[in-house]
Design a protein around this ligand. Structure first.
Ligand code: UD1
Length: 388
């Protein structure tokens, strides 16, 4: 059975790693007894920088992709169309039994659509999540991908409910757990060896190693000056109390420069050189690798983010998380986790951050099936349902 596995952007790498490992594990058990599973990895290269892509392959020990499509950046239509154009001949040549896509990025929907049009079955990992906000590009990607998929692998109960409401037959929906948490649990030990705090100059600062960690890259937050400015103002204000460390996505860094908002940041601290950590300024870093980021997250007093996956990772780590959005497609992180939606109002962000810092660490409680074995369940289900 041949499984064509697709990755394109940073969060995809974290999700595919445990699935590839689970396929290898099944093969190791079957050696000499039973047919083997074949995984073929395709990287669309929607993300292409070393820091956004190659570093994750190294940290997560993902094998070199058999196919790299060189798609790169572009408008939504261009990027999606370009992935489809370049992915189609791969599916035709490889003739897989199933195309497996993860998450909700443009590469996810483009490859799902390409495969479905060629009559190839599609498996979607992280199916059914809904923010109910169609202005988010990811929400459209999720809706279309799920509509096209034959296997809908879900990570939380809200997703099962959403798919049921949308009329998906129960036989297609498999509640398997969270592959991002598989990666986190399997890398937690290794990440503890990271020297990232020393490298960014954190331990030499006041307050020992207490700090606030920030990530932000959603177009709705960073592409509009009237949104980005108050958020940065609130973060700079917060840095009078605790260092604010912000490994910035290239999009965010570009916008800060474009809108002339450098007064809020110290634009230094690449992976190799320590950041300047000054009260009143946000310490901007280059994007950092998976293991370093995991360790920074685990040790943070508070995380502020607009990412989807980080809401889940902080829940698992028991670190308080404030999400800079009005909604989340991952409601279990609010009900069972450490996440709070705070929106983008500067006053509210500061108020909630001060409160969360005052409250200290949360007790980590893992949502159902976030046990580190989601990928094994996915591979098992595919092996049972697809022809040998
Ligand atoms: C994409 C996903 C988003 C995900 C995020 C994780 C879509 C619609 N969005 O957003 O869901 O949360 O990845 O990071 O698929 N760039 C670089 N180097 C890179 C990649 C991007 O400099 O390796 C810059 C380019 O200027 C590019 C911009 O970042 O135009 C945006 O990249 P893009 O892939 O369009 O979307 P993301 O914002 O990264």
């Amino acid at each position: 059975m041949k499984i064509l596995c697709v990755v394109g952007a940073r969060p995809n790498f974290v999700k595919i790693a445990p699935i590839l490992r689970a396929i290898d594990a099944v093969n190791a058990c079957r050696r000499g007894a039973g047919s083997m599973l074949e995984s073929v990895l395709v990287h669309t290269e929607q993300h292409y920088d070393d820091a956004m892509s190659a570093a994750f392959f190294t940290d997560l020990r993902i094998p070199r992709p058999k196919w790299t499509l060189g798609v790169g950046s572009g408008s939504h239509a261009t990027q999606t169309a370009e992935v489809m154009r370049r992915f189609e001949p791969v599916v035709i040549e490889e003739r897989p039994h199933v195309v497996l896509v993860v998450g909700d990025v443009n590469s996810t929907v483009a490859c799902a659509l390409t495969a479905a049009k060629l009559g190839t079955r599609v498996a979607h990992v992280e199916a059914g999540l809904r923010s109910f906000d169609r202005t988010m590009p990811e929400e459209l990607n999720r809706l279309v991908t799920d509509a096209l998929s034959d296997f809908l692998f879900t990570s939380e109960d809200s997703a099962n409910e959403n798919l049921r409401r949308e009329g998906q037959p129960a036989e297609k929906v498999f509640f398997v757990g969270n592959v991002m948490i598989d990666s986190l649990l399997s890398c937690r030990q290794l990440a503890r060896r990271s020297t990232i705090r020393e490298r960014v100059g954190l331990t030499r600062q006041r307050n020992g190693d207490d700090y606030v960690l920030v990530t932000m890259h959603r177009p709705s937050n960073v592409d509009v000056e009237s949104k980005l400015e108050p958020i940065l103002r609130a973060l700079a204000e917060m840095s009078w109390e605790l260092p604010v460390i912000f490994p910035a996505h290239p999009r965010t860094r570009t916008r800060i420069a474009e809108f002339g908002l450098e007064r809020y940041v110290d634009p230094n601290g690449t992976n190799g050189s320590p950041a300047i950590i000054r009260p009143g300024r946000i310490s901007l870093l280059e994007p950092i690798g998976y293991l370093d980021f995991l360790q920074l997250m685990a040790d943070a007093r508070l995380v502020l983010t607009d990412s989807g996956g980080i809401q889940e990772e902080t829940t698992c780590l028991g670190v308080p998380c404030l999400t800079l959005r009005e909604n989340t497609e991952r409601p279990v992180t609010l009900t069972a986790g450490t996440n709070t939606l705070v929106g983008t109002d500067a006053g509210r962000i500061l108020e909630c951050a001060r409160k969360a810092i005052g409250n200290g660490r949360c007790v980590a409680s893992l949502p159902p099936m976030w046990d580190g074995h989601a990928a094994e369940r996915i591979v098992q289900i595919l092996a049972e349902h697809l022809p040998e």
